[in-house]
Design a protein around this ligand. Structure first.
Ligand code: SAM
Ligand code: ZN
Length: 282
């Protein structure tokens, strides 16, 4: 249990015109009269129809459920612990720190940070374009601000955030730059070259070189810290292997025979290989 109740982030902006949103129960309103309701699960949908590329963008309900089961088993806890360390080492100035997880999925990492944050220093915001993901996230953690929205248009004022997290997601460096305070940090987690190598060897007949390792730092940021986290996991059921597959892009890239080979597996030993980068806004 926390010693203090954690702060809830209130500085939201209208996704249609960028004006500040004020809470008039049960809705959030901007001075132009745009109105956004708080859903019964506790999240706010700030994704206007015109910013949607499809009717139901982002991860599907099935993908969200698979990610929840997989992550709740605790297999990626070393990654969550690395993100917590990166945040605590990188945050500067006075608490509370506004920290937004851009593409938060079903919310495993914000939930983990909430549990670690015994002193209530973090005003956590979880944002995802998938309403299924945010719905699942909001049900389990009311003390985090949950938003349906896009990383391309974060519904916060310029310079409002102390930290942006982007974990295995779609980074939008210019938008992260806008939303961060000068001196704020962007924590980026990416897959390394050996990530899930054993799974990829079963799926594909030949493996492509992973281009994600090219080191370029986005304009307006400096790379302050980089840490590679490697560990092994053993999956012992077909269900857990199927859940992992549904969380990865391989589910959609792989051929039918490749997917079938994975479906036949009853156990799988895997390497996890990720890079945590901390980029500071100049
Ligand atoms: C690979 S998942 C990672 C989820 C979470 N960070 C985790 O590691 O558990 C990528 C997430 O990004 C979301 N997403 C995709 N495009 C997005 C966008 N433009 N803005 C916000 N979220 C997006 C998807 O719905 C999905 O939940
Ligand atoms: Zn408005």
């Amino acid at each position: 249990m926390s010693d203090f109740s954690p702060p809830l982030f209130e500085q939201l902006c209208c996704p249609l015109d960028g004006l500040p949103l004020l809470f008039e129960a049960p809705s959030w309103r901007c001075p132009s009269g745009h109105c956004f309701d708080t859903a019964s699960q506790g999240y706010i949908n700030l994704l206007p129809v015109q910013n949607k590329r499809s009717r139901d963008p982002g991860d599907s309900k099935e993908m969200v459920a698979a990610r929840r089961r997989y992550l709740e088993s605790g297999v990626y806890e070393p990654i969550a612990a690395g993100v917590w360390r990166a945040l605590m080492d990188g945050l500067e100035g006075e608490a509370p720190y506004a920290c937004l997880d851009a593409g938060c999925g079903e919310g495993y990492y914000p939930r983990y940070l909430r549990q670690q944050d015994q002193q209530g220093q973090l005003a956590l915001i979880g944002l995802d374009i998938s309403k299924w993901a945010v719905m699942a996230a909001a049900r389990s953690s009311p003390d985090i601000r949950w938003l349906v929205g896009s990383n391309a248009h974060l519904p916060v004022p310029d310079g409002a955030l102390d930290a942006v997290l982007c974990l295995f997601g779609f980074a939008v460096p210019d938008e992260f730059l806008r939303a961060l305070k000068p001196g704020g940090i962007w924590v980026q987690v990416e897959t390394g070259p050996d990530h899930l190598l054993e799974l990829r060897r079963i799926i594909y007949s030949s493996l492509k070189v992973d281009k994600s390792q090219e080191q370029t730092v986005a304009a307006g940021f400096c790379l302050e810290h980089s840490e590679r986290i490697r560990f092994d996991v053993s999956l012992h059921t077909q269900e857990q292997i199927a859940d992992l597959l549904l969380m990865t892009p391989h589910m959609f890239r792989a051929s039918m025979p490749g997917l079938e080979r994975v479906r036949q597996l009853t156990s799988l030993d895997l390497q996890v290989d990720v890079q945590i980068k901390v980029l500071r806004r100049l």
